[in-house]
Ligand binder design. Sequence first.
Ligand code: 9GP
Length: 820
Amino acid sequence: MKELNKEEFKSEVEDYVKVLFRKSIKEADDQQIFQAVAYAVKDFIVDQWMATHRTYEEKDVKTVYYLSMEFLMGRALGNIIINLKGNQAIKEAIEELGLNLDVIEDQEPDAALGNGGLGRLAACFLDSLSTLGYAAYGCGIRYKYGMFKQVIENGYQIEKPDDWLKYGNPFEIKRPEYAVEVKFGGYVSIKKDEETGRNKFVQENYQSVLAVPYDLPVVGYNNNVVNTLRIWDAEAIDTFNLDSFDKGDYQKAVEQQNLARTICEVLYPNDNHMAGKELRLKQQYFFVSASVQRAVMKYMEKHDDIRKIHEKVCFQLNDTHPTVAVAELMRILVDEYNIEWDEAWHITNKTCAYTNHTIMSEALEKWPLELFSRLLPRIYQIIEEINRRFVLDIQRAYPDDYGKVERMAIIYDGQVKMAHLAIAAGFSVNGVARLHTEILKNQELKDFYQMMPEKFNNKTNGITQRRFLLHGNPLLADFVTKKIGDDWITDLKHIDELSVYTDDEMSRKEFMNIKYQNKVRLAKYIKEHNGIEVNPRSIFDVQVKRLHEYKRQLLNILHVMYLYNELKKNPDKEFYPRTFIFGAKASAGYHRAKSIIKLINSVADVVNNDKSIDGKIKVVFIENYRVSNAEIIFAAADVSEQISTASKEASGTGNMKFMLNGAVTLGTMDGANVEIVEEVGKENAFIFGLSSDEVIAYEHNGQYNPRDIYNTDGDIRAVLTQLVDGTYSSNLDEFRDIYNSLLDGQGGRPDMYFILKDFRSYAEAQERVSAAYADTAKWAKMAMLNTAKCGKFSSDRTIEEYAQEIWHLEKVKVEVTTED
Ligand code: 9GP
């Protein structure tokens, strides 16, 4: 591993401040210092970056292209520094320059090119791919505006644009030499190919944009490997070319300009929900076409037979969003390389693999035929042909069952069904936690599983311990290393060696003292950002994740309302003080989710200001929850709320980050919670609620009526009544929609997410939490065991499984030579 020279680094920082801003270190502001430090760090890693790519080429290794609309990278500087093991040298250099590394890191805007779990998973995967030494590209979009900034005004969420590129991004490198053209619209005509004499499909009268890549380094841990996250920006092909003016085609030139301007403008802020907008489909095809074209070109630079591309290239489709890749690869093979359909199809089958991340029906992408065929005429033709052949296969396999075609066809009911296309075309279909994969096989994708069982497999998600422990929780990271050495940083299974210390009183005390200090750090953040005083000796009970009804933040806050009522009724009740901490962004158009945010803030206003309860309950809504403040929050949590309606959360990854940081899970048997409980033991988690089988059974037989609970349970009735009687808002209609959703369902199913059904079981589990926390030694052991038993949930393990079982990659060692 290349060593960082402190003196050289210092003078680089000074030079950059001078060259970039014409200032001395003393004159530069914090943002300018950040820029200079970031450039100096990039200078240091660029040799490794070049060496990595040289090595891949020399060894001609297979590369995975991880195609994803989202990469929720967060800040880069701190992460790169820890992965370089350069913490000490850089920290010293920075101190000797009279600067503070924490302040500098805080200047960096989060690269928030993602919504939530799916995008953050992609970022963790990139970290693991580099650390394990696998050749990989992340391929995505360089959104000008990432995930919106959330501001809370009078308790309401307001969205502000996230202008993350305002000061430029010091880590990126523009690569105009790799730009490619992407075509939209027009029509397809058939022309005779002079060379082959065969018919050729040609897209005409289209609009096109130039896709220009920007590369970002992804630094592996202490191994010289630097992979690339390639994000594409759109530029106009030729700005008002004379041709267009001459032909009077001014309109078209303007349209092309507009197209280029709008495509990468903004990330759609929908999590687990399809917006169905034309621009979104344009974004999808834009980055997929660019990535696939470039991957094919790169492959053909070193090989002469396109038929063997699957030996060196794999496209992993992160959810259905990049599924057009299948048709784009077919287009390139058939139209550009003149490969016969059947052969092209086999090549495509061997090159593409699909990950499913959800069973929420509103998230499954289906595009109207009219829109699809107008925007992507040639791609649509190809999908029609894929569908025609696939339907024949279905009919051959199930000649007497017409329902199969109805349920499985790629084109049906006037829509293109992207998941069906991905399954038909890929060689692998994986779910993201064991339970989720079983639900896919036995429920949601049952027909596909019956027809193609060999494609289905599970890859339980993971997280990178380097960001979420080593960087996010330095005190705990040092403690772990002191006890068991530092192997856990690259092989998290070793963290199990901590288990023996859970019986040692001194170690438990130390562990809890670290938790306390992290709680003090978070309390300070809350005071600074929310103006709320919280007691770090109280239980920090945390639910941070996107706001979605199935994640049931509503259950949590209704329970807080219930507890508050209990305390008011019985002020002397024995009660362990609790701080309920929430953080969540709601998609801008998701009204009920936004009302739930308002409800949390309204409850916070009432409860936090009620002197009669003596601060026993505090409620905090952390504004603008994102990767950078998440690191502080996970480190400080005692209780990890993972309370989704069973069957709905495909995996969850926040649950793993909490566990790693020694928080105890309070959750349903959903997603990866099931595996967390399996690892840590039922006695070290608080499990409640309906099972996924029970939820699915109720959904099928429709026999759940929340009114029965409302009528028979006075406490629940009281809480629901408070939603509409002025207790939390003088506007009696403020929370009426929430109230109705629980009891009437507004035409749909009332209480679709079984909040009332699970309420009592949740409240009882919460009582168990309080009792357990009161027994300090017991709690310390539970919390520490959570950290110790987290080994399975490293994204390194997940990536090893993908690499061995799906991608078939070989590991590469990188040496930096004088050449680089
Ligand atoms: O909702 C899932 C979440 O459970 C999972 O952890 C994450 C990563 O696999 O993906 C989320 N899915 C989506 O955001 C949309 O499919």
